[in-house]
Design a binder for this molecule. Structure first.
Ligand SMILES: CC(C)(COP(=O)(O)OP(=O)(O)OC[C@H]1O[C@@H](n2cnc3c(N)ncnc32)[C@H](O)[C@@H]1OP(=O)(O)O)[C@@H](O)C(=O)NCCC(=O)NCCS
Length: 144
């Protein structure tokens, strides 16, 4: 997903509001989850957002979202956000990483089963394994 940072998206320093970037992350992740599930998927948790580089007014923001792993009805989606400067080189920097959990639901909002994720590349297999550890932490937090 691609966005351009407009004046209404920024703070007094001319950098993007974290909340605005989180909205874009949520949308990109929802599209990935819904494409995987083939039905509506709702955000169950939004965790581990790391803002590592500021995003400036006029930057192009490029979001990559991928379903890392699916369990019965829930899916972990990882989102990488890059800022692309509006210069000749279109220099890109990694700006944000986030992990979200989506749950596939029926029309009544009840969780329904999704197909598993078939990790293929080394990177996908690493994300698939790490997702299980993050899920354990998430479910522990949910219980406490
Ligand atoms: C997400 C939701 C559908 C889960 O429903 P529920 O009745 O609690 O269902 P369950 O307890 O059976 O959980 C369903 C799945 O979600 C997972 N889940 C629920 N809450 C979770 C959380 N906070 N973090 C990670 N996974 C979670 C469960 O582990 C389970 O996974 P699995 O089926 O893959 O094993 C329900 O809580 C809901 O509708 N929440 C509001 C969602 C919403 O409105 N989001 C928009 C943002 S406001």
């Amino acid at each position: 997903m691609t966005q351009i940072v407009l004046p209404g998206d920024t703070n007094a320093l001319g950098t993007a509001f974290g909340g605005k970037v989180m909205e874009w992350i949520d949308i990109a992740a929802a599209v990935a989850a819904q494409r995987h599930a083939g039905c509506i998927a709702v955000t169950a948790s939004f965790d581990s957002v790391q803002f590592v580089h500021p995003i400036h007014l006029g930057d192009v923001v490029v979001l990559y979202a991928q379903v890392n792993r699916a369990w019965r009805s829930s899916m972990e989606v990882g989102v990488r956000v890059e800022r692309e400067q509006a210069d000749e080189q279109q220099t890109r920097h990694h700006a944000v990483t986030a992990y979200l959990t989506f749950v596939a639901v029926d029309k009544a909002g009840k969780p329904i089963a999704v197909r598993p994720v078939a990790a293929q590349t080394d990177a996908e297999m690493r994300r698939h394994a790490e997702a299980e550890l993050r899920r354990s932490r998430r479910l522990e937090e949910r219980r406490s």
